[in-house]
Every structure is written in C-alpha cells, then in structure tokens.
Design a protein around this ligand. Structure first.
Ligand code: 5GP
Length: 211
C-alpha cells in the first residue's frame, strides 16, 4: 500500500468556520499535520506568529517567492498568502497526512503539482449564516466584511472544481465527514497501483508454479 501521506486542501468562504473545523480535527486525530501558512496580513487579536500564520512583511514574502520556498501563493483581499514548502514535503515523506487550509487559486496550483491532492470545500448551511458568522467575529470592519462576501460569491464558482463539499452546521459531524473523506482517499486505486501490481505479480508466480 502507498505509505506516503495524503495532501488535503480545505477551502471555504471566509467566516465559514474552517479554522474551528481544522482545530478540532487535528486535536481529535493527531496523525493529521496542519500546515501553517505565511501571510502579509496583520495578525488578528489573539493570533500568534508561527501558530495561526507566519506573519511576514511584503519584502520577506517576496523573498520567499523568489527562493522557491512556497508551494503556492495567492493574493487575497490585498494580502499575500502562501504555503511553505519544506514542512509539507517533510511531513508527507514521513507518511503523515498534511492539511492545507487555503483559498481556491492556491488549491488549483497545489492540485497541478500534486494530482493526488484531495480537494474539499466547506460550505455554510446557507448565506445568512455566513453573514452572521462574519459579523459575529467582531474583528472585521464593515468594509472588510463586504469585501469577503464579494469574494465568497466569486469562490462559489471556483467551488465547482472541488471534489467534495462539507457543510459546516454541526462541528463534530463536519470533523467526521472530513475524516471519512481523507480515509477514503487513502484507498483510491490510483494511489495504490504499486499494490495492485504486486498482487498481479504474485498471481502470475502462483500460476506459473501450478503449470
Ligand atoms: P484569513 O485572512 O481569513 O485568515 O484568510 C483568508 C483566506 O486566505 C482564507 O480563504 C484562507 O483559507 C486563505 N489562505 C490562508 N493561507 C493560505 C495560503 O497559504 N495560500 C493560499 N492560497 N490561501 C491561503
């Protein structure tokens, strides 16, 4: 069987609760490694450098791009966001499943580089819930909320290219849904062609012996 870790991209509109879902998922199932992105956006209250994000200046971020230290990066609502390469490749080589919580442009770029990637899109139960969650966060200005809703509308089209959606209504149900999708990905035939080949070889050997 394929012992490499699975790369999972989780996207979803701002405010949909991806962060909470990922936190719970990785607390409950320790085998999943959550990648920490780099960003030029300012930290929100309570966020810590190296925990939610690596907070970078534009110059630092652009240096990371030049040095090919990001698997992908994208510009989102006026800031750069990107996935540091080293951690992801290291963890996958160790057989750990790695989760990237990134937006859609980045997701497509990851899928191009790693076609085995599982693309999940987290949806709110309805649009009103999304607005309530964004406003309830209390950390964003009205202007930022509107820019994120406009972006959500655009992303709803990008979501069509994803493989599965997860509706975030109940936290535990959402976590279990994500876990079962990751586990199913592990058993995809396309990931396990070496195993299929091995069985074929064994069968051929057995048949030859019986001749
Ligand atoms: P926020 O500012 O709300 O933390 O994140 C804004 C958006 O950027 C979210 O959709 C989040 O998933 C996305 N994002 C976070 N990190 C990355 C990254 O490394 N690459 C890309 N492409 N998007 C990211």
């Amino acid at each position: 069987m394929n012992k490499n870790g699975i790369l999972v991209v989780v996207s979803g509109f701002s405010g949909v609760g991806k962060g909470t879902l990922m936190k719970r998922l990785t607390e409950k199932y320790r085998q999943y490694a959550l990648s920490v992105s780099a960003t030029t956006r300012a930290p929100r209250e309570g966020e810590e450098d190296g925990r939610e994000y690596f907070f970078k200046s534009r110059e630092e971020f652009e240096r990371m791009i030049r040095e090919n230290r990001l698997i992908e990066y994208a510009s989102y609502c006026g800031n750069y966001y990107g996935t540091p390469r080293e951690y992801v490749e290291e963890q996958m080589a160790k057989g750990r499943d790695v989760i990237l919580e990134i937006e859609a442009q980045g997701a497509y770029k990851v899928k191009q580089q790693y076609p085995d990637t599982l693309l999940l899109f987290v949806m709110p139960p309805d649009a009103k819930t999304l607005v309530e969650r964004l406003s309830g966060r209390g950390t964003e200005s009205q202007e930022v909320i509107e820019s994120r809703l406009t972006r959500a509308l655009e992303e709803s089209q990008m979501a069509e290219k994803y493989e599965y959606m997860v509706i975030n209504e109940d936290l535990e149900e959402g976590v279990e849904k994500i876990r079962s999708l990751i586990e199913a990905q592990r058993d995809k035939i396309g990931r396990n062609l070496a195993f299929v080949q091995e069985i074929r070889t064994q069968l051929e050997t057995l048949l030859k012996k019986g001749e």
